[in-house]
Design a protein around this ligand. Structure first.
Ligand code: PLP
Length: 287
């Protein structure tokens, strides 16, 4: 396996970063997770735009332009002979001194890791997920905006720990006002009376690329779709609930905080959306 690091490709065993890298010391950096379906990098320009936006927000200069990053990703896939893959693109502040001032880091580090895809077991899609809401709140947009996909994922990790403690596979974060924001690394949708609802970005969610793809798909399929804030009550009483994300695609939720959703099996509309999504990604070509 070949990893892009320090401007060239190195073997996985040799892919090591300095302990002085501020990505390691402080979580100072940004990243993307991207899928490759049958050799097509799915929504690459959207992912790159989000990466550059995240970087701009934290005043991190990415040392390559979009075309150069695209070329590096294509090379990484070719070198690793991958057709269906998950790509992790990381840009850290790079090596500096022990102080947290980014001014001591002259050269941001760009890393590209591609792996054979480890999809969630198909069984999870057939059975649906049991999830919980947890105490960890989504960080407020006036602190570090949730739109920034930064290397600082401690909040999300706390959510995952709480999910583990509760014995469920995933958990939902609420915002300070108690509105449902998102999962630890997935966006949420609910369906009630044939209408789809998903929290707007300002509630405190990453503007997921899969979320946007599902919104567009749902519009094509003539669903009514509303981006409005909603509460746990709305989730408990929804007809269907599902999560979306690059890794998870579309995955049904069948129980939330012990409340059974619908009849406790993955919803019919969720199934249709997953099928339509998978059909679309197989046809959407980028490269
Ligand atoms: N929310 C968070 C916090 C995430 O890290 C992710 C994963 O990237 C998502 C939502 C889903 O976004 P996307 O569909 O772009 O993968």
């Amino acid at each position: 396996q070949w990893i892009f690091l320090d401007g060239s490709f190195v073997r996985k065993e040799d892919a090591k970063i300095s302990v002085y890298d501020h990505g390691f010391l402080y979580g100072d950096g940004v990243f993307e997770g991207i899928r490759v379906y049958s050799g097509n990098v799915y929504k690459l320009s959207e992912h790159l735009e989000r990466l550059y936006d995240s970087a701009k927000s934290i005043m991190l200069e990415i040392p390559y332009n979009q075309q150069e990053l695209t070329d590096i990703i294509v090379q990484a896939l070719q070198k690793n002979e991958l057709n269906d893959a998950y790509i992790r693109l990381v840009v850290s502040r790079g090596v500096g001194n022990l102080g947290l001032d980014p001014a001591s880091c002259p050269a941001p580090q760009v890393i590209v890791i591609c792996e054979e895809l480890a999809i969630y077991p198909e069984e999870l899609y057939e059975k649906g997920l049991e999830i919980a809401t947890v105490a960890t709140r989504r960080n407020r947009p006036d602190v570090l905006d949730p739109k920034v996909k930064s290397l600082n994922y401690l909040n999300n990790i706390l959510v995952k720990l709480e999910a583990n403690m509760a014995g469920v596979s995933e958990a939902l974060m609420l915002n300070d006002e108690g509105y449902v924001a998102e999962g630890s690394a997935d966006n949420i949708f609910i369906i009630k009376n044939e209408t789809l609802y998903t929290p707007p970005g300002y509630v405190g969610a990453l503007e997921g690329i899969t979320r946007q793809a599902i919104i567009e798909l749902a519009e094509e399929l003539n669903y009514e779709i509303k981006e409005v804030p909603f509460t746990r009550h709305d989730v408990y009483t929804a007809d269907e609930v599902f999560l979306t994300g690059t890794a998870a695609e579309v995955i049904a939720v069948v129980k939330v905080d012990g409340r059974v959703i619908g009849d406790g099996t993955p919803g019919e509309e969720t199934g249709k959306l997953l099928e339509a999504f998978r059909d679309k990604v197989a046809r959407d070509g980028v490269q």
